[in-house]
Design a binder for this molecule. Structure first.
Ligand code: SF4
Ligand code: SF4
Length: 220
């Protein structure tokens, strides 16, 4: 596993234990490259996405002078205007999905990854209701694997490419992002990189506490 100290490129600053994944919404150009790289890397079924781009406030302009600075606008309490937000599992420190899962299919590992154990999932979709970021995915048709409860089969979500990180690579989405809009590193590295870019976060304090726990203070 990587030591967490090496610099790969602007977006992927370190991997492995304690690495987090977080979007720079100002850098995202909504090209879909991350979605394609994820699907290709993990052979994600046609009707599922482990990462998607959510367009917020479509067609709206930001507050005066802030059209190219949506993260900064939010930090100033102003309207950010249309903003593309890469949405995936952020492997939350205080993961609500883990709290609600009745079968312990979802676990927060000591190295920071939130994993789903397919063999325990009963397809109840409680995690889908609990996750504020729309990360849990279910097949359109029941595969018959998780047919005790619900109708959508076994839950699937972004793994933050744990297997790639185990061999020192970054998540496929982050490595292929043409604008380095998906940041991977420690909370301090991500916060510093956002500061260096004069960018900011799209998420409010409640969401930041869910994602980063005590480390949310790095972003204040
Ligand atoms: S983003 Fe959603 S699925 Fe991922 S850890 Fe957080 S609450 Fe769970
Ligand atoms: S769908 Fe599966 S992973 Fe989600 S809460 Fe139910 S049992 Fe847990």
């Amino acid at each position: 596993m990587s030591t967490g100290n090496e610099v790969m490129h602007d977006g992927v600053m370190s991997t492995g234990e304690d690495a987090r994944i977080f979007p720079d919404v100002e850098a995202c150009i909504d090209c879909g490259g991350c979605v394609v790289s994820c699907k290709r890397t993990w052979d994600v079924p046609r009707d599922e996405q482990r990462i998607s781009i959510a367009t917020m406030l479509e067609g709206q302009e930001a507050a005066s002078g802030l059209n190219a600075s949506s993260g900064k606008a939010i930090g100033q309490g102003e309207s950010p205007g249309e903003t593309a937000v890469p949405m995936q599992c952020y492997h939350c420190s205080n993961a609500p999905c883990v709290s609600v899962c009745p079968t312990d299919s979802l676990i927060s590992k000591e190295n920071g990854f939130v994993r789903v154990r397919d063999d325990l999932c009963i397809g109840c979709q409680y995690c889908l209701s609990a996750c504020p970021f729309g990360a849990p995915q279910f097949p359109d048709e029941d595969s018959g694997v998780a047919n005790l409860v619900g109708s959508g089969g076994t839950m699937d979500k972004c793994t933050m490419c744990e297997e790639r990180q185990d061999v020192g690579k970054g998540p496929a989405c982050a490595e292929e992002c043409a604008t380095d809009a998906i940041l991977v590193g420690t909370p301090a590295q991500i916060s510093d990189e956002l500061d260096n870019r004069d960018s900011g976060t799209f998420f409010n304090d409640v969401a930041m506490d869910i994602i980063f726990g005590d480390d949310a203070s790095e972003f204040q």
